[in-house]
Design a protein around this ligand. Structure first.
Ligand code: BTN
Length: 268
């Protein structure tokens, strides 16, 4: 059993107790502070850490968001963690993983009493249109498998204005549910839903979760622009995600697909 670190907001033993039968899939470790749970977990994964290793940090000093952005968070106001998961087979089978993780997050938050949730391609969890959570997926090939470090940040309270480089307006769970779900219960529910979703994803890819993602898609039929840096790459009507997680956009040339994680989606 992992020794409890008295000063941390998450007690691993209490978390394991809340995980019930899903507890056997996870090895949690908590840290009062680190640069980034994903950076640290990636290093450990390369040294052979087992699938299911979960790193939770109260505070990250260099938390990372998508596309090289910073992800700033403060201990009481957020939940920040990374999970290592190994998938058999090749990298190509993991297309759409960040969308699948979004499905798990929405399921978990709803189980904890949060309503008004939606998903935005490729990896944002929205609450009443604002960004309440983000997912950062990092993948590396191994001889017979692919390792995924799944980094997740959830806002419990609104971050102070200007604290982060938010491209969507920020939102927080405290806006939608009172009292806030207890931190161990929330994290345990996320892990329970993640385990179920990752298992289905490993068998059938994003295709088996696509309908559920589409049902949660917050920007369906919305006029959007696809940005590559500051350049408008394409504009059109957002049709959600294809079976492999690619964004579908109806443009003047027909329905186009975009798989690149380097682009971002904006309201037109
Ligand atoms: C995004 O840009 O939306 C993704 C944000 C992901 C942030 C989480 S917080 C825990 C993990 N560690 C990191 O450094 N980043 C991810």
């Amino acid at each position: 059993m992992t020794p409890a670190v008295a000063s941390c907001l998450i007690d691993p033993d209490r978390l394991v107790a809340q995980l019930g039968s899903a507890g056997r899939y996870f090895s949690p470790e908590v840290l009062p502070e680190c640069e980034s749970t994903s950076t640290l977990l990636l290093e450990r994964a390369r040294r052979g850490a087992p699938s299911g290793t979960l790193l939770v940090a109260d505070r990250q000093t260099a938390g990372r968001g998508r596309r090289g952005r910073l992800w700033l968070s403060s201990p009481e106001a957020s939940l920040t963690f990374s999970l290592l998961w190994r998938f058999p087979g090749e990298l190509a089978r993991l297309a759409g993983l960040s969308l699948a993780v979004g499905v798990a997050l929405v399921r978990a938050l709803e189980q904890c009493g949060v309503s008004g949730l939606g998903l935005k391609w490729p990896n944002d969890v929205l609450l009443e249109g604002g960004k309440v959570g983000g997912v950062l997926i990092e993948l590396e090939s191994e001889p017979a498998s692919v390792l995924a470090v799944i980094g997740i940040g959830l806002n419990l309270q609104l971050p102070p204005a200007g604290e982060d480089d938010f491209l969507s307006p920020p939102a927080a769970l405290a806006q939608a549910v009172a009292p806030l779900p207890e931190r161990h219960r929330l994290l345990a529910q996320v892990m329970i839903e993640l385990q179920a979703v990752l298992e289905r994803f490993a068998d059938g890819g994003f295709a088996v979760l696509r309908n559920e993602w589409q049902a949660r898609h917050a920007w369906q039929q919305r006029q959007v622009r696809l940005l590559n840096g500051t350049r408008v790459d394409r504009a059109g009507v957002c049709l959600g995600a294809d079976l492999d997680g690619a964004l579908l956009l109806r443009t003047e040339s027909g329905v186009e697909r975009c798989l690149s994680g380097d682009v971002s989606l904006r309201s037109a």
